[in-house]
Design a protein around this ligand. Structure first.
Ligand SMILES: [Zn+2]
Length: 357
């Protein structure tokens, strides 16, 4: 990608300098005098015990802060989409907020539900299943907070300049990160035949967000401009919460009391697996997934069985349904659908437990 793609007026006006990371070799923009990007492994975690934001926030508080920030700046808040991406035939799950709008909105076939918009989209990702609990930072479902803008040739909402400006204001203004401690690393994003420049945002060793600017269609070796350019951002809610609390692992910060309660009976890694899987499974089942041996049902079955195996190890363990309900209790004020279908959900779980037995 041409270096001029990242030459933003915003960076020059606000006194950012372009530097090259001594470890990964990527170029990045920062106000601070760093010789490396502020993302692991180039920079080790520096926020444990020393949070990078002014005050601690729960997932609910962080989500509201984020969505409210963008609402106050002209964005419409859009409800989450299902975690099962039934409008697409190439994937099972909604693995990023932009999946909500692919392919019909991003291709220009239908208008977006609002423009610009802000959303917090639960995204199942099972690729790191084995790392959950162990690594201290992996989840089977995470919330991708995002602000999206869809620009037509005759109607530009905003693109790189305003996007980076908003991100920087959120982090250094609203959340109180030291503006000198942020790095914006130059990357190239490519997917589904489209590509464009992107910036990954690092703070104290943690990659907090990615700002993607979809603007080209790959045509062999040449790049053609897309008729519709798209601001595709992703801000990890769990990482933001963790950064704000600076706890030893992300699980303490994200799951709070529910994690502590399970810790009374289980080792930390097991408690994390149980509450993580319960959160993911609640979304999957409410969105209509039935545990089975195929397609998305298979992932639900894996989650149920991993939980049942852990619960069976301890005689005084709570029931699967009790763990599921505990996870839902922390979410149903923000996602009322999780509270509304408890009876149906219990029936699905009981049937699956019978099959497992
Ligand atoms: Zn680096």
């Amino acid at each position: 990608m041409d270096a001029t793609e990242y030459e933003l007026k915003f960076f020059h006006r606000d006194g950012f300098h372009r530097r090259v990371c001594a470890v990964c070799g990527s170029a990045f923009w920062s106000l601070g005098e760093f010789d490396r990007c502020q993302e692991a492994p180039c920079t080790p975690y520096a926020f444990i015990g020393h949070p990078g934001f002014t005050r601690p926030r729960t997932p609910h508080e962080m989500r509201e802060t984020y969505l409210g920030f963008f609402e106050a700046r002209g964005h419409t808040r859009v409800r989450r989409y299902p975690t099962v991406a039934r409008w697409r035939n190439d994937v099972f799950f909604t693995q990023a907020s932009i999946y909500d709008f692919q392919p019909w909105v991003t291709s220009g076939a239908i208008p977006p539900p609002a423009n610009p918009l802000t959303i917090s989209q639960p995204c199942p990702r099972f690729i790191d299943l084995e790392e959950v609990g162990r690594s201290g930072r992996h989840f089977t479902i995470f919330e991708m907070m995002a602000h999206h803008a869809f620009n037509r040739p005759d109607h530009e909402v905003y693109f790189k300049e305003r996007c980076v400006e908003l991100c920087h204001e959120l982090l250094s203004g609203e959340l109180g990160a030291d503006p000198r401690s942020l790095t914006y690393k130059e990357e190239v994003w490519e997917g589904g035949g489209n590509l464009g420049p992107s910036l990954s945002v690092g703070l104290k060793g943690l990659e907090l967000a990615t700002l993607v600017f979809m603007e080209y269609i790959r045509d062999g070796d040449t790049l053609r401009p897309m008729p519709l350019t798209v601001v595709d951002t992703g801000y990890g809610l769990e990482r933001f919460v963790w950064m704000s609390q600076g706890t030893k692992t992300a699980y303490e910060a994200v799951f709070g009391h529910a994690f502590d309660e399970l810790r009374a009976t289980f080792a930390p890694a097991e408690a994390a697996i149980l509450i993580d899987h319960a959160r993911a499974l609640n979304f999957l089942l409410v969105d209509g997934v039935v545990p089975s041996n195929s397609k998305e049902g298979y992932f639900a079955r894996i989650l149920v069985r991993r939980m049942l195996r852990l619960l069976a190890k301890v005689p005084e363990a709570p029931t699967l349904i009790a763990v599921m309900d505990r996870a839902a209790r922390d979410l149903d004020s923000d996602f009322p659908e999780l509270g509304e279908h408890r009876d149906d959900l219990h029936r699905v779980l009981e049937a699956e437990m019978e099959r497992y037995d």
